[in-house]
Design a protein around this ligand. Structure first.
Ligand code: ATP
Ligand code: MG
Length: 431
């Protein structure tokens, strides 16, 4: 589990803000899910023999002896929320959530034990139009983050549970024939979850899979039609994708469409978004049969992609330096005045930092400089006695200027109307 320092947190906030705007522009509504759910929810909905449930959950008993789990993903919780609150009953829903997920995995670049996801889940739409909408929406997300050149869309159809069961037998048969050549992990999965072997990263196993039967040969007519329609819309809208028959996703609940957005820039942890259709899930939790489809994005991996180019914002726009007891009190009051002004006369968001504590002007101005501020306001005994303030421009040459405190608002308004808007609000969300 990681600590987030200001720069990393700023990258996350930047990503979240951008993605939230995109979700909003498609009419998706935010929900809040508990971080802890009953263990039973995940074992039942995600599936007993999946990696997540078998070995990745943080599970513990509460004081009452009830088994609880830190959520490893958001779909099960969303389905529970939708069902318990009557959101799936005869209505269509487009929902989204964000927050931390927890999986006991081997930590490495792009894979952590606590990580952030933003996910969207839709109910009541059998598709494939809504499937396409999700793909468009995620594509737009990469565009606003300016990483779309590094990402590609891969699709597959998993058919129904029945077609997968038939395929499972055929795959098991094929792989049993080459059993002695399988890697250890795959061998373990041969009985419990052979489809997951398709996802193997082991070269030898990947080679063996070349000759394996394809799930596409086992699909039911309805799933084939759904997939054909989906692909036809994507082709028509010129959203490029490739069909990857090895995408199975690590969760039991998917049927028909599954998709992933993948990059080559993050090594083995190349999937930044995974999603698909789960038409049986609402019924499985006791609701009326309701189609569902969604995706989850791993923000940590997006942050890794953005990190090299990301320009952190500075801490301050205005730094107030003060020497002397009176001046230090006046500095706090002056900072409050400026923050008040920003709502009225200034109409811009500026960050004001007051030098708290002692120190000579020289050392305070050093701090002002490293805060990134473009203006320093200087208060000493003389200024306070005369109701004045000295202004020093930190990023452009020129004389210091002494002005009356009442004129500061006008001065700042004039100053901020002169410099470019993007410098005014660096690192802050514009209204
Ligand atoms: P992977 O194959 O990489 O393990 P997954 O199939 O387990 O991914 P999902 O359950 O589909 O992942 O979760 C959706 C997204 O969440 C992933 O595509 C990835 O970006 C992110 N993600 C999943 N597990 C982790 C993790 N341990 N650390 C960071 N991000 C993760
Ligand atoms: Mg995983």
């Amino acid at each position: 589990m990681q600590d987030w320092l200001p720069r990393q947190k700023e990258i996350f906030r930047f990503i979240e803000d951008k993605l939230r705007d995109v979700l909003c522009s498609y009419g998706y509504q935010e929900i809040g899910l508990p971080v802890i759910e009953s263990t039973h929810l995940f074992s039942r909905l995600v599936g007993e023999s999946t990696d997540i449930v078998e070995k990745e959950m943080y599970t513990f008993d509460d004081r009452n002896g009830e088994s609880l789990t830190l959520r490893p993903e958001g779909t099960a919780g969303t389905v529970r929320l939708a069902q318990e609150n009557g959101l799936t009953f005869n209505q269509v829903q487009r929902l989204w959530y964000a927050g931390p997920m927890f999986r006991y995995e081997r930590p490495q670049k792009g894979r952590y034990r606590q990580f952030e996801q933003i996910g969207a889940e839709c109910f009541g739409m059998p598709g494939p139009d809504i499937d396409v909408e999700l793909m468009f929406m995620t594509k737009r997300m990469w565009e606003v983050l300016e990483i779309s050149a590094d990402l590609r869309l891969e699709l597959n159809s998993l058919g129904t549970a029945e077609s997968r069961a038939e395929y499972r037998i055929a795959l098991q048969e094929y792989l049993s024939g080459v059993k002695h050549e399988l890697d250890e992990d795959s061998l373990k999965r041969l009985e419990s979850n052979p489809l997951r072997i398709l996802d193997s990263k082991v070269e030898k196993t990947k080679d063996l899979l070349q000759g394996a039967p394809h799930l596409s040969e086992f699909l039911d007519a309805d799933s084939i039609q759904h997939f054909d329609q989906l692909r036809r819309i994507l082709d028509k809208q010129q959203l490029s994708y490739s069909v990857n028959p090895h995408i199975v996703r690590g969760l039991d609940y998917y049927n028909k469409t599954v998709f992933e957005w993948v990059t080559d820039s993050l090594g083995a942890q190349g999937t930044v978004c995974g999603g698909g259709r789960y038409d049986g899930l609402v019924e499985q939790i006791g609701g009326k049969s309701t189609p569902g489809v969604g995706f989850a994005i791993g923000l940590d991996r997006l942050a890794l992609m953005l990190e090299p180019e990301f320009e952190s914002s500075k801490q301050a726009d205005v730094y107030i330096a003060a020497v002397g007891d009176n001046a230090r009190v006046t500095a706090l009051a002056l900072a409050e005045d400026i923050r008040d002004l920003q709502l009225t006369t200034l109409q811009v968001k500026i960050r004001v930092v007051v030098n708290c504590g002692e120190g000579k002007f020289k050392s305070q101005l050093k701090k002002a400089d490293s805060s990134g501020a473009s203006l320093a306001l200087i208060l000493g005994d003389d200024e306070v006695a005369n109701g004045q303030v000295t202004i020093k421009h930190l990023r452009e040459s020129g004389e210091q200027k002494l002005i009356n405190s009442e004129e500061l608002g006008t001065y700042l308004a004039e100053y901020y109307s002169r410099i470019e808007p993007r410098h005014r609000t660096a690192g802050m969300t514009e209204e």
